[in-house]
Design a protein around this ligand. Structure first.
Ligand code: ATP
Ligand code: MG
Length: 432
């Protein structure tokens, strides 16, 4: 992508409305624009990140057998009257009428609708287990939308719903999703701590929140110090081993009955990036769902539901990975693989060298953001640091004479003077 043809509206000054670093950086890097309280447009750079986060979620979920669907954002309210939740969500749920005076709502979550789909088709235990998921916009009229996409009113969520013939199978699925969540967040460079939690308005008997540590997080959590060793890479543990460690959300932590000694207990703030619930028969019973069991007797399916805050993750990743100059994207979600800075656009040598590097890297499938504008060098460096691509190639007139460029690692700040061939080899591997 050539910057001259792209849409990357960077902001130099710190936006006064942003209280936390991820919100500030997302606005300054031209990733999002607020359109109303808690409602955002995703500008091109932000959209690339959102799509990369979605791709990781899709990949890991489909690997464990989840099946993608897409439900509408609007629902008739009848389903919610059936489940008994119509009143429970109160003002958080946005309700309105269509031209025929039929009451609709903007989905805050989709348990009712997925149960409605399920009961329309599935008649036998032989079709179980079934885990359907979507990545779709939700609306919750939060009392205090804040921190940018962290607590929006409209936000993108991955929501999965599973159906099972018995408790054992639903429990197996619960922990399968639990382990998949650890893999999903790890691929984004995040260590999430799964804390046992209340089930809230969703209901059910067993639930874990996946929390990423950050001082600006809205949740208070308690956990075994061993998680700090996992986060720093000192210790590697399997999902099963991690499950055995103590970790609890604020409302679940009871100092009097905490199973680990005080010296090992850590207290911190966390950002909730995901939540898994064991629902049991709460919705299947309320909405009258049964399937034929193995012995011909009808059974009421057990259910689980599993959410991930896809748009919130964009902010959470920045909270976990930035410095004074801007964002530092992990390679897995970065909007472009690298930035190519032409220090003297219009200079024949610089232009030709940049073009050849751009062509080569692009032909090998690299996503390159090529700054071909005629802005001054300082502005180009600051802008590239701000948007945080993992690598920068800097092409200047002196180096271009000798076919030399500078390669900068955004995370370490390390710079190397290298021949063009060496840079390409570095970025593409030894194949070329
Ligand atoms: P919270 O406790 O943060 O209000 P929740 O428990 O109401 O969240 P869930 O119903 O568990 O949220 O939704 C699944 C996931 O969706 C959450 O783990 C979170 O990552 C994300 N999420 C929930 N509310 C918002 C919001 N207002 N803005 C952005 N993401 C959200
Ligand atoms: Mg939650």
């Amino acid at each position: 992508m050539r910057l001259s043809k792209y849409f990357l509206p960077l902001i130099k000054e710190n936006p006064s409305e942003a209280q936390i670093v991820s919100h500030r950086l997302m606005l300054r890097a031209g990733m999002i624009r607020q359109q109303a309280a808690g409602i955002y447009s995703w500008l091109p750079l932000g959209l690339r990140v959102l799509r990369n986060i979605e791709a990781i979620v899709n990949d890991e979920l489909q690997k464990v057998g989840c099946v993608p669907v897409l439900m509408p954002t609007l629902q008739p309210t009848d389903l919610w009257k059936e489940s008994g939740r119509y009143d429970a969500l109160g003002k958080e749920m946005l309700r309105f009428k269509d031209r025929a005076e039929r009451e609709l709502l903007y989905s805050p979550t989709n348990e009712e609708m997925i149960v409605d789909i399920f009961r329309g088709y599935v008649k036998s235990y032989k079709s179980l287990p079934l885990n359907l998921y979507q990545i779709q916009w939700k609306f919750r009229d939060e009392v205090r939308p804040r921190f940018g996409v962290m607590r929006g009113r409209e936000f993108l969520m991955k929501d999965a719903y599973s159906f099972h013939a018995d408790v054992g199978d639903a429990t197996r699925e619960y922990y399968k999703m639990y382990d998949a969540y650890h893999r999903i967040f790890a691929r984004m460079g995040l260590t999430a701590i799964a804390v046992s939690a209340d089930s809230g308005a969703i209901g059910g008997s067993l639930s874990h929140e996946f929390q990423v540590l950050a001082d600006t997080g809205e949740s208070q959590i308690y956990y075994d110090a061993a998680f700090d060793d996992i986060r720093s890479g000192k210790v590697i543990m399997s999902g099963e081993e991690m499950r055995a460690l103590y970790a609890a959300a604020d409302e679940q932590h009871k100092p009097g009955s905490c199973p680990i000694p005080k010296e090992r207990l850590r207290e911190a703030r966390g950002i909730e990036v995901g939540h898994v619930f064991y629902l049991g028969q709460k919705y299947s019973q309320a909405m009258g769902v049964t399937v034929a069991g193995p012995d011909g007797v009808n059974i009421t399916p057990e259910m689980g539901c599993y959410g991930i805050g896809v748009s919130r993750l964009a902010g959470a990743i920045i909270e976990a990975s930035h410095d004074d100059s801007g964002i530092i994207w992990p390679e897995s979600v970065t909007p472009f693989d690298l930035g190519l800075i032409n220090l003297r656009s219009g200079d024949a040598k610089c232009d030709a060298l940049c073009e050849s590097i751009y062509e080569k890297l692009t032909s090998y499938g690299k996503e390159v953001l090529y700054d071909d504008t005629d802005e001054r060098a300082g502005g180009k460096f600051a802008g590239m640091d701000l948007i945080g691509l993992p690598w920068q190639i800097v092409v200047g007139p002196k180096g271009a004479e000798k076919n030399m460029v500078e390669l900068k690692n955004r995370k370490t700040g390390q710079k190397q003077e290298l021949s063009v061939e060496a840079v390409l080899e570095h970025l593409l591997g030894t194949c070329c």
